[in-house]
Design a protein around this ligand. Structure first.
Ligand code: ZN
Length: 74
């Protein structure tokens, strides 16, 4: 019985966080699922736009709050 032996490939840096990891498959380029998702989130223009829109909405909301506060002070 040889037992379970996981083949390890040469350690390489994760393409997302640059952390050196040992890939389980020869084509693995991210150290974890989070990095894989992060990488593609940045590459996906729709996700980029959604991120910017979310930031804009938050900005507008805080600006509206500031505006209301100023108006209440006068
Ligand atoms: Zn990583």
């Amino acid at each position: 019985m040889a037992g379970k032996r996981v083949k390890r490939y040469k350690a390489k840096p994760c393409r997302n966080c640059q952390k050196v990891f040992e890939p389980i498959t020869s084509w693995q380029v991210d150290c974890c699922d989070d990095c894989h998702n992060d990488f593609w989130k940045d590459k996906n223009p729709m996700a980029r736009i959604a991120k910017i829109e979310a930031r804009l909405a938050a900005l507008e909301k805080s600006e509206a709050v500031n505006h209301n506060e100023k108006r209440n002070m006068v």
